[in-house]
Each structure stands twice: as C-alpha cells, then as structure tokens.
Design a protein around this ligand. Structure first.
Ligand code: ADP
Ligand code: FRU
Length: 285
C-alpha cells in the first residue's frame, strides 16, 4: 500500500442518461439522471483508494453548498482533504450526456473557480508521499509545482496527465517520470496514432515512460529504451459508462508501476481495469 497525493480538480457531474444521442435542437427526455463527484485527479484517486492505497487530494474547493457533495464522496472513499484550498466561486460542473446504447459520454463543462497554484502547493509537507500525480493544467503553476517536488523529494515518482493542448504545456514534459497522454491531445496536435505522438514527444522527455490511451483500441506505451508497446482494450460484456475510463486507466498505470511491474504488464493491467470500469456505472471497480 502506497501513500499518494493527486493534484487537480474535483467536479460535480450531472449525468443525463439517454437512449441514443440526440440530434442538435432536439428535445429528448433523459431515462435517468445521476449527480456524481467527478474530475480527473479525484477520479484517479478514488480508483487508487479502491485498489488499497492511502490517497489525498490537493485542489481547490469552492465555498458553496455543492462542495458538500464533493467532500462527502471523497470521505466515503477515505481520501484525505487536508491539502485542499478553499476559495470563492462555483464547484466546476460537467453536464454529461451518457448514451445508454454504447456508453459514450459527451461533456459540456462549466468552470468559475481559481486554479490550484504553486503558492498552495509549496506549503504542503511532501514527505509522507510515495507518488505524486498531477493534471497538466494551469501550465506555469504546474511547472513550478513539478520543479519544487523534484527538488524537495527527487526520489518520489511524478506522473503527469496531458489531456488537452494548452499553451506551453510541452514545457512540463521534462519534469515527470510517467506521462499519460490522451487520444484527444494526440489528435489535436495532428497525430493519427498513439505511436506517432509518442515518437514525436520522446526527445522532449528522454527519461520518462510515455503512455497514450486510445479508447476501444487500447493503449500504447514507450519504454525508456524507445520500444513501442501495445495493449488491446478489454471490453466488458456491455459498455455502460465510459465517463472516467481514462482516469481509471491512469490509476491502473500508477498502481502497477508502484508494484514495480514492467511497462508491458502495467499497460495491460490498466486496460483491464479501465475495461471493467466501462461495464459499470461509476468507479466501483
Ligand atoms: P478517456 O476516458 O480519457 O476518453 P479513453 O477513451 O482513451 O480515455 O479510454 C482509456 C482506456 O479505457 C482505454 O485505453 C481502454 O483500455 C479503456 N476503454 C475506453 N473505452 C473502452 C471501451 N469502449 N471498451 C473497453 N475499454 C475501453
Ligand atoms: C472524466 C471527468 C469528469 C469531469 C470531466 C472534467 O474524465 O473527470 O468526471 O466532469 O472529466 O474534465
């Protein structure tokens, strides 16, 4: 069992389940509705905590009533919130259309809250942690956090999720040991496959493990020797909910690497875990 700090966001996800994705300007009735805590870093922490790790979240929590739901869910999963910073604003909210036919999720995200910053991060005692997981957002502040962590606890691995193209985000690549890219990032940068992306970013992160998940096609990784590895996806009998599949995959990677698995095995374990998640609603993997 390891002690893990995740730095990133918590959201409120309002999920409308529909029987087939609506066309634009249509009016359809949802067949069910759920409110859940979401957010990439906290989703990953919830899965890691279910895998038996001791987890804490560092992020910003709005001083408003919806924050209670976030705290209640994190507490239910035993996730520490000591490093949380409170600020005025609104809990970031995602309006999700979840298609019951194929589990696809379409997200409209609303955000009106300051980002977690270096000033908050530098006050944290990092000595309890065996792993630090970051979301690649708020680039300049995240770079300072990564550099600080590398200076204070060089022996503690740092993983970094690169989900979206953001100005300057490539400057972060050098500062992590495990880089977790998304298919959306690869495509937005003009790459047609995970392999192309990983080959292109290798010179910017010569010592890191590189990983890129690619939905139903599984995931690719590049080891420190530059070899490209692939795992297929492991589809469940019925795909019901892909919201947070990538966050679950990232948790599987962190768990496997903490257990000193080689990259090929880590990729497969992460894809199996993410596949299981797609077969059920939420994160009770
Ligand atoms: P995100 O949730 O960030 O969009 P992906 O769609 O790339 O992430 O999914 C991450 C991982 O989850 C994939 O590598 C795959 O292993 C698994 N996965 C995603 N969608 C499916 C699916 N429909 N069936 C089985 N596994 C899936
Ligand atoms: C899933 C997710 C949702 C959240 C959104 C934030 O990966 O974390 O839970 O609403 O993405 O971008």
């Amino acid at each position: 069992m390891a002690t893990i700090l995740g730095i990133g966001i918590a959201t409120l996800d309002i999920i409308n389940e529909v029987d087939g994705f609506p066309t634009e300007d249509a009016e359809v009735r949802a067949v069910a509705q759920q409110r859940r805590r979401g957010g990439n870093a906290t989703n990953t922490l919830v899965v890691l905590s279910r895998l038996g790790h001791r987890c804490s979240w560092a992020g910003v929590l709005a001083e408003e009533s919806d924050a209670g739901e976030i705290l209640a869910d994190l507490s239910r999963h035993g996730i520490g919130t000591g490093p949380v910073h409170r600020a005025g604003g609104k809990v970031p909210t995602s309006y999700v259309t979840l298609n019951r036919q194929n589990g696809s999720r379409t997200i409209v995200h609303w955000r009106d809250l300051p980002e977690y910053g270096f000033e908050q991060f530098r006050t944290l005692a990092l000595h309890p942690y065996d792993w630090l997981h970051f979301e690649g957002r708020n680039v300049e502040e995240t770079r300072r956090m990564l550099e600080h962590a590398a200076a204070v606890r060089p022996e503690v691995p740092r993983s970094l999720e690169i989900e979206k193209v953001r100005p300057g985000i490539e400057t972060l690549l050098l500062h992590a040991d495990l880089l977790l890219f998304s298919r959306g990032y690869a495509r937005d940068r003009g790459f047609g496959s995970a392999g192309e992306l990983l080959r292109a970013v290798r010179p910017s992160a010569p010592d890191a493990l590189l990983v890129c998940a690619w939905g139903e096609d599984g995931a690719w990784g590049m080891d420190r020797e530059g070899d490209l590895l692939h795992t297929p996806a492991f589809p469940p009998p019925r795909v019901v909910d892909t919201l947070g599949a990538g966050d679950t995959f990232n948790a599987g990677m962190i768990d496997a690497l903490l257990n000193e698995k080689p990259l090929a095995i880590a990729l497969e374990q992460a894809a199996r875990l993410a596949g299981r998640k797609c077969g059920l609603s939420g994160f009770d993997v």
